[in-house]
Design a binder for this molecule. Sequence first.
Ligand SMILES: [Ca+2]
Ligand SMILES: [Ca+2]
Ligand SMILES: [Ca+2]
Length: 470
Amino acid sequence: MMMKCLAVLSLFAILSLSVVLADEIEVYDADVMLDTSLQEPAIAVIDTGESIDVRYADVMLDTSLQEPTIRTWYILTVSVFPSNGGYVELSRAGGLYDEGTVVTVTAIAKDGYVFSHWSGDASGTNPTIQITMDSDKNVVANFELINNPPEKPSSPYPANGAINVSITTTLSWQCSDMDNDALTYDVYFGTSSNPPKVANGISTNSYNPGTLQYSTTYYWKVVVWDEHGAKNESEIWHFTTLTNPSHENIPPTIKINYPANGSTVYGALIIKGVANDEDGSIIKVEIRIDGGEWKEANGTISWSYELDTTELDNGFHIIEARSYDGINYSEIAKITVNVNNIGNIPPKIEILSPENGSTVKGSIIIQGKAWDEDGNESLVRVEISIDKGGWKEVTGTVNWTCSLDTTKLSNGEHLIEARSYDGINYSEIAKIIINVQNEGKEREALWFAIGVIIAIAIAVIAIAWYMKKK
Ligand SMILES: [Ca+2]
Ligand SMILES: [Ca+2]
Ligand SMILES: [Ca+2]
């Protein structure tokens, strides 16, 4: 709309009004004394058809004025978008300005919005601009809603790093937006650590990936979008599904390496061992004492468990261990230890007969005594060994005996050793040497030697006769 406005600053004279019907009103400055008592306005018509009230007045004509004054005004129209996004301030209020007027226009955003840019007969992103009124102007101040991106998706299910996850699992997560915007999600899921997108713009914070594979690690992430196109994304999570339960599992094994079965222990005891699973891995190793509650050991394929033996009564205790592969327990490994936290005096032993160095033959009885300063009732057994052979238990403890058939030994010297045991310690070893001399044995040996010589002689004669004949 291009409209030329003319303003009447001063009324000149009735005579001038004759010009009103022309395109422009020519107004001559004059000293005017308005006579407000006049009742009827004269109508001045300008080119657009608008009208101006002009009241008659007594006019004293200033005849010095030579030229008529013509003043041209323009309209400045301002608007805002969106309408509740903000408002505009003008350096000079109004909307009608003399030609050439420079108007400073400032856009001011309301809470929750920010100024974006000018459009219409202005441009740029500076919220303050200057407009020169050389024509009618129409400017628009554009505002934008201030938006916060959604929070990073969190609290994944299955939890990040979870194992033994069911193959029919629905993924879910948590997410929120400061502006309470409605949120949509893109889901990335797969066995690659950089998983592909499998769902786009879903509005629920859960996703069903269908039936999964057994014994497989899956990776996934969620990208969240708000209503204004702002987004955020989770870290990449992962979980591992369980082993196919229909596959027969090989149970794990376990072994206690320390302490040795039957050994005496005291103070802080570190029980150690190993475990193995052929078709999987050891999830945990457990220990129990005297059939009590199972407790988890440290480590798996190589494990240890600290036992404070001072919390146990002195005496024999059973230590059991088992391993677990997530499906089956191993068989139980078991040792017995003798806890002794007081201190033990080892038992003693003595061989009374035969005397050391004596000559013996036939069946003999070896006898002796054993004792323990802590109390003879603690004596468990007495053992002897012949010529460093294995230890064999004898009859009795405090007074002990053992029969020995020396004819089963060669003639000559033999070592006999004896020791006693009090359940914790062995005694020092008592030893004697006996000289075995069995006569019957000498005669048998002589006849055997003669027989061998005769056989060799016959063989020599036979060979000589055979050679000669040939
Ligand atoms: Ca938002
Ligand atoms: Ca297994
Ligand atoms: Ca003792």
